[in-house]
Design a protein around this ligand. Structure first.
Ligand code: SF4
Length: 233
């Protein structure tokens, strides 16, 4: 419904105004009192932890930009962010899952201290822990956070999203300059720390060259996974 409303608004007032409205909604949305708290959800044999709804990007293809928080039947809008204890509890029975994944809807590294604390507990209990991130954690915190994540995370899935800065900025709308090189620098730092890394990109976005994205990953010595829109995980 909201998506259709915004599509109509685009015709009336132009893309810049609509994006401003979408950005406001993504930052200020407060869920209804009836909304269930989904701190953990299961997909593809993995357990995903809904760490935060905050994000430092405004990808136009992200459901949160259309104020749509239902992903595969899970209402991911949070009323307050879960504590470390709540996230550990939300991970459930670790033996049932291939991986425990720090995810969202939102960017988990915004809550760095929490994911480090939770990741260490879960790994000590035998879990394999993955971080799904947009790779802008160093830029956001103004320092190299990859050493903090050692011992808390095994695998990183990092959203590359585009083969060059111009295409990245068009689709992800970073608020800070030089976000694309900051993302690539984060990948290098994470690689130096020994994390298993896969870069991802979404097929079908205008101007995104999946083969070129995969080549960037290969040249950096990390893995690559192509995704389709609405493919969560
Ligand atoms: S980085 Fe992820 S959570 Fe943030 S706006 Fe983009 S798709 Fe959404």
């Amino acid at each position: 419904m909201l998506t259709r409303t915004f599509q109509r608004l685009t015709c009336w007032v132009g893309n810049d105004t609509v994006m401003a409205h979408k950005t406001w909604l993504a930052e200020n949305y407060v869920s209804s009192a009836q909304a269930p708290k989904v701190h953990g959800y299961t997909l593809h044999g993995n357990r995903y932890l809904n760490v935060s709804n905050r994000c430092n990007l405004y990808c136009h293809f992200c459901p949160r930009m259309d104020n749509e928080w239902n992903v595969q039947g899970y209402e991911l809008n949070l009323r307050g962010e879960p504590s470390a204890d709540e996230l550990v509890a939300a991970a459930g029975n670790l033996e049932e899952f291939r991986e425990i994944v720090f995810c969202g809807l939102g960017e988990p590294t915004i809550r760095l201290e929490t994911i480090v604390a939770v990741g260490k507990i879960l790994r000590e209990r035998g879990a394999r822990v993955r971080l799904n991130t947009n790779g802008l954690g160093n830029q956001y915190h103004g320092r190299d956070i990859t050493p903090d994540l050692v011992g808390a995370v095994d695998v990183m899935s990092i959203s590359l999203n585009a083969q060059d800065a111009a295409t990245y900025e068009k689709h992800c709308l970073p608020r800070k300059p030089d976000s694309y090189p900051a993302l690539l620098a984060f990948v290098e730092r994470a690689k130096q720390q020994g994390f298993e890394i896969s870069l991802t990109a979404v097929a079908g976005l205008e101007g995104v060259d999946m083969a070129a994205c995969e080549k960037i990953a290969r040249d950096m010595g990390v893995g690559f996974r192509g995704r389709t829109l609405d493919d969560v995980g």
